[in-house]
Ligand binder design. Sequence first.
Ligand SMILES: N[C@@H](CCC[C@H](N)C(=O)O)C(=O)O
Length: 300
Amino acid sequence: MTGQVEFARMNGLGNKILVVDMRGRPDMVTPDAAIALNADPATQFDQIMAIHDPRADGTDAWIDILNCDGTKAQACGNGTRCVVQALSAETGRKTFTFQTVAGILNAQEHADGTISVDMGKPVFAWDKIPLAEEFFDTSRIELQIGPIDAPVLHSPSAMSIGNPHAIFWVDQDPMTFDLERFGPMLENHPMFPEKANITLAQVTSGDALRTRTWERGAGLTLACGSAACAAGVSAARTGRTGRTVTIDVATAPTRQPLVIEWREDDHVVMTGPAEWEWSGKVDPVTGIFDRDEEPEARAN
Ligand SMILES: N[C@@H](CCC[C@H](N)C(=O)O)C(=O)O
C-alpha cells in the first residue's frame, strides 16, 4: 500500500514517541521506515505507536509498537499515554480501550491533563518473563556484573508487564552508574532469551523511587513507563515500599513524577503526562516524511 499517513511527534516525560495513524490501512509501519525515521534528527525516536483499526469488540484501536531499531515491543507505557492524548484531542473522549500483543489496556485522561493507563497484571513466572534459567523466586535472581567478589550490579528483580524487565537495586543515585556501558551487556545477557529492559532503582523513601533505564531496542532513553511500573511493583513485592509509589525518573527533563499503583486486584496503573510537539505526514513503508508547515497550536 502506498501513500502518506498522519503522524505526531510527542513525548512522555522525554521518552521520544512517534504516534502514527494507520487506521483505514491493512499494512503496518515497516522496520525499514522505523530505522529511516530514527536516522533523521528531526524524527529520531524511542518508540513508534501505530494506531490501527480495532480487531476486537469493545476496543477502540489495535496498537502496534516498534522500537527505534525496528524491533517490536509488547508494551510502552509512555507511548500509550501519548496515544490517549492524541485520540482525546481528536475526539474529545476521555476514556479508551486498546488492544496490543500483550493484551487489553484501559486508559483515561484526567481533568488536569495527566493520563492513567491500566498496564495489566505483572507476570513473575521465570519462563513467562522470560528467563533462560528456572527460578522459583524471580524477585531476586542470580545475576551480577563487575568483579565476582564486589559486583557493581547484582540480584535484580525480574518481571514482565507485557515486556521483560530487570530491576537492579542501587544505594546511590542511578546517575552515578555507567549504564551506557552496563546496559548493552545486561540487555543482551544470556539470562534474557528475548533480551530485557534494564533499570537501576534507588529507594528514596517508603513510597518513592528514583530510576534510570536502558531500554531493549532503544538504549538509554529519558524515561520508560513500563520500567517505572516494573520498578514500582518490584519494590512493593520485595518489601521495599508500599503498593503506590512515586517514580522520579532521573533523566526526565520536566522532573514531573510518574505514579505507579499496584492495585489489590493485581492490575498496575501508571499515571503521568504526555506532550504533543508537532505533526506531519509519513510514508509508513519508507519513513519519508513531511512536517506540517504551520502546526496548529494545541494545548497539551
Ligand atoms: N519506553 C517504553 C518501553 C518501550 C519498549 C521497550 N524498549 C521494549 O522493547 O520492551 C515505555 O515507556 O514503557
